[in-house]
Design a protein around this ligand. Structure first.
Ligand code: FEO
Length: 401
């Protein structure tokens, strides 16, 4: 694809700072996370004496990035590239960009240099920068801060003190393709939902590292006017908003909501799930019933981000958990949610391993389990439904403690 710079424009972020990234309207998959609203791969141009490009884009989007750069300056005039994060959605076009424009220097963290070398064989073209190192670009400068594991071991952020702009790579981003470039222009409900979905599906297992990053950013808070992430809209009106959300999500403070997730063969486990829901309501908590046949695993993770309860059920199939539920629980377990209360249930025909296995997985996840697992042979009896009700109620009441 070749892009025309009269069509693809840069967007001014501040004096001498431009967004020159790419919008991916159609991507729907980010290793297991369903990106229902697409995403952006943000790159930024700093028009200091040394013209600087902050991050690049995913493979296949270089022409769009170059066209946006060309709407402001000749890309060949770029002197410096900063690679804040080496994951291929930001570095997929880095090697080609270096080859094309031959910058004087390309900066990355020490781990970034190694990662970029392993991916693209360009370690010799990378100059390593350290925590706190300042680079004078002529008129403007950047200082680097290590944000290891937020998102990968190489991750770092760059801060421009003269413009009070934080180039935060994956941090404070979201998967949201939009015509609007700034968070204050986007529907605020969509903005919070997509920010939460991104946190729940990408950063939750790294919450300890996120807390360290938030602390670093909080220490600088008086000096941040704008946050420029590598995905989604730019935060210019109230950048502390997203920092506060991250702080809250990283602390994993949970409320009195309960996710009841189930899969069913012949509606027996579904009947059990509905009885669990009634128990949750009777216990004074707010349930959300999610059928594994109707929702995506990344929606479950999102709903669970602020929920205190997680009750799961599946019928037994060939001595195992139904496969959709096995997929979902494997995914959720990998996200390492903390502080949950929950339980398991399910119907069976002759062996009945599924609820026991689900219960064991919840135990491995450190979930506090006040009752169950509840099992029902073929179809739930009144007694089994009462047990399901009691499980839901017990989970809800434990959330009150
Ligand atoms: Fe957007 Fe960790 O890459």
């Amino acid at each position: 694809m070749s892009c025309n710079s009269e069509v693809f424009s840069a967007v001014k972020v501040a004096d001498k700072i431009y967004w020159v990234g790419a919008v991916d309207w159609s991507v729907r998959e980010f290793h297991g996370y369903e990106t229902t609203r697409g995403t952006t791969y943000n790159a930024y141009l700093i028009l200091a004496d040394k013209i600087t490009l902050v991050d690049t884009v995913k493979s296949g989007f270089r022409d769009e990035m170059f066209a946006r750069i060309a709407s402001v300056i000749d890309p060949q005039k770029i002197d410096v590239i900063i690679s804040n994060h080496a994951e291929p959605d930001h570095s997929g076009e880095l090697a080609a960009t270096i080859h094309c424009i031959q910058p004087d220097v390309t900066y990355a963290s020490a781990a970034g240099q190694k990662t970029l070398d392993l991916y693209y064989g360009i370690g010799d073209k990378i100059t390593v920068v350290k925590e706190g190192q300042v680079v004078d670009l002529g008129g403007l400068s950047v200082v680097f801060a290590d944000t290891k594991m937020c998102h990968w071991p190489d991750s770092m952020v760059s801060y421009c003190p003269e413009r009070k702009i934080l180039f935060s790579q994956d941090g404070f981003g979201m998967h949201l393709a939009s015509a609007e470039r700034f968070a204050d222009e986007v529907d605020q409900g969509v903005l919070r939902y997509e920010a939460a979905k991104y946190y729940a599906n990408i950063l939750l297992p790294l919450s300890g590292f996120v807390q360290k990053t938030v602390q670093k950013v909080t220490d600088l808070k008086l000096d941040i006017d704008i946050i420029c992430p590598d995905h989604g809209p730019i935060w210019r009106k109230d950048p502390m908003q997203i920092i506060q959300w991250y702080s809250q999500w990283a602390d994993q403070k949970r409320n009195r909501k309960v996710v009841v997730l189930y899969d069913t063969m012949w509606k027996s486990t579904e009947k059990m799930a509905k009885a669990v829901v009634e128990g949750v309501i009777a216990g004074g908590a707010k349930p959300t019933l999610m059928s594994a046949q109707a929702v995506h695993r990344s929606d479950v993770a999102t709903r669970l981000l602020e929920s205190g309860g997680f009750i799961i059920g599946a019928s037994t199939l060939n001595n195992e958990i139904l496969p959709r539920m096995a997929d979902m629980i494997t995914y959720v377990k990998g996200l390492r949610p903390k502080g949950l209360v929950g339980g398991a249930f399910g119907s069976y025909g002759w062996s009945g391993e599924s609820p026991t296995k689900l219960n064991a997985i919840l135990e491995e996840m450190g979930v506090s389990i006040p009752a169950g697992p509840v099992k029902a042979k073929y179809a739930p009896s009144d007694e089994a439904l009462q047990e399901c009700f009691s499980l839901g109620k017990a989970v809800a009441e434990k959330l009150n403690e």
